[in-house]
Design a binder for this molecule. Sequence first.
Ligand SMILES: [Zn+2]
Length: 163
Amino acid sequence: MKRFISCILLGMLPIISQAEDHAAHVHGVGQLDIAIEDNKLVIALDGPADNLLGFEHAPKTAQEKATLQEVSRKMQDVRKLFVPNASAGCRLSQQTVQMPEFKASGHSEIEAEYDFVCTAVPQEITLTAWAHFPRYKKMVVNLALPGRQKQLTLLPGQKLSLK
Ligand SMILES: [Zn+2]
């Protein structure tokens, strides 16, 4: 019971403190914050570790340990997650991948950020993540485009239009 209550509290904190920009911890749902400014594109992914790993506790079995390593490796290769349209000439300039800390609450998160420098304004992003991480059922996308912002929801297989 105690564990159940702490899960609810943890889940509610982001809603109270950052209602606008932080999604609740819902398995299967990822949050994408995408910003375009001049020739720069930033893609930040945030959400339950379960979406990528299939578990959120510290790995115990040999299989879980192998999965953690494999996912960590895949996360280092942005092409396994996001591919901007080729004609935009986007090249990865920096990336940060924060693998889970496996908190005692039983829930944990993975965060990653990928920064690109492009030769033209990107028009579209293909989410190769749908194929590599099939546990994703939905991506909630916050788009910050020059002069405007919008939020949209993508379902498995859908591309992200940046127009
Ligand atoms: Zn969880």
